[in-house]
Design a protein around this ligand. Structure first.
Ligand code: SAH
Length: 221
C-alpha cells in the first residue's frame, strides 16, 4: 500500500494550487473549477512529467501533440457556457483531459481524434478511469460527426486557417462553438461562434496557441 502510494502520488496539493491559480486568473465557473479539481490531470501525461502536470503550461503527449495548459482548458470550458446534459462535440481528443473535464461537468461528450495510436491510447486511458460515456471516433474532425449532430456545443482544441463549415452546419440553434482560428500557422485567435435564430455571431477572445488542426477543412497533412 505504502509502495503503491509512493509510486502513484495523488498530487492533490498540486491540484489545489492549480485551482487557486485559476481563480486568481479570473476563472469563476464553479462547475469548471469542481471538474478540474476532480480530474487527476497527472494521469493524462507521461509518468516522467507527472510532477509538472499542474503547472500552467502545455506538456507534450507524444506524436508532436500537447495537452493544453490548465488556464486554457478552464477558459474554454467556461466560455462554452454549457449546462449539464448538453451534447458537446470536441475536435482533438489528444490526451483526453479536456474530454474528461467536460464529462465531469455533466456534459454528453463526443470527441474526435485523427492520430490512430493516440486515439487508441486515450480510449484505453478513459476506459480505465471509467469514462465509459465519452463517445470517441478516429477520424478527420473537421468533418464533424454528422450521425450524432446537432451539437449544442462544439469545442475545437487545435487551430486551423478557417472555421470548418461542417462544424457550423452541425451546431444546434441555439448553439456555441469555441475554436482557435488563424490565417497563419501558430498565429491564432480564440473565436466564440454563436448560432441564434439562424444568425451567426462571432466574438474574438484574443491570441492563443494550439497545435495545428489538420484535415479537409484545416491545414493539409
Ligand atoms: N483536447 C486535447 C488537446 C490535444 S492537442 C487534450 O486535452 O489533451 C490537439 C489534438 O487535436 C491532437 O491530438 C491532434 O492530433 C488533434 N487533431 C488535429 N487535427 C485534427 C482533426 N482534423 N481531427 C481530429 N483531431 C485533430
Amino acid at each position: 500500500m505504502l509502495a503503491a502510494k509512493r509510486l502513484q502520488p495523488d498530487l492533490r496539493r498540486n491540484r489545489m494550487r492549480m485551482i487557486s491559480e485559476l481563480i486568481a486568473r479570473g476563472i469563476k465557473d464553479s462547475a469548471v473549477l469542481a471538474a478540474m479539481e476532480s480530474v487527476k490531470r497527472h494521469l493524462f501525461v507521461e509518468e516522467a512529467m507527472q510532477a509538472e502536470a499542474y503547472g500552467d503550461f502545455p506538456l507534450p503527449i507524444g506524436f508532436g501533440q500537447t495537452i493544453s495548459q490548465p488556464y486554457v482548458v478552464a477558459l474554454m470550458s467556461e466560455l462554452l457556457e454549457a449546462e449539464p446534459g448538453m451534447k458537446v462535440l470536441e475536435i482533438g481528443t489528444g490526451s483526453g483531459y479536456q474530454a474528461a473535464v467536460l464529462a465531469e461537468m455533466g456534459l454528453d461528450v463526443y470527441s474526435v481524434e485523427r492520430i490512430a495510436p493516440l486515439y487508441f491510447r486515450t480510449a484505453d486511458l478513459l476506459r480505465s478511469l471509467s469514462y465509459y460515456r465519452i463517445g470517441m471516433k478516429l477520424d478527420d474532425g473537421t468533418m464533424g460527426w454528422p450521425e450524432e449532430s446537432p451539437f449544442e456545443r462544439i469545442i475545437v482544441t487545435a487551430g486551423g486557417p478557417e472555421i470548418p463549415q461542417p462544424l457550423v452546419d452541425q451546431l444546434a440553434d441555439p448553439g456555441v462553438m469555441l475554436i482557435p482560428v488563424g490565417e497563419k500557422q501558430r498565429r491564432q485567435q480564440l473565436v466564440r461562434l454563436e448560432k441564434r435564430e439562424g444568425k451567426i455571431l462571432e466574438h474574438n477572445f484574443g491570441p492563443v496557441s494550439f497545435v495545428n488542426l489538420v484535415g479537409s477543412h484545416g491545414w493539409r497533412p
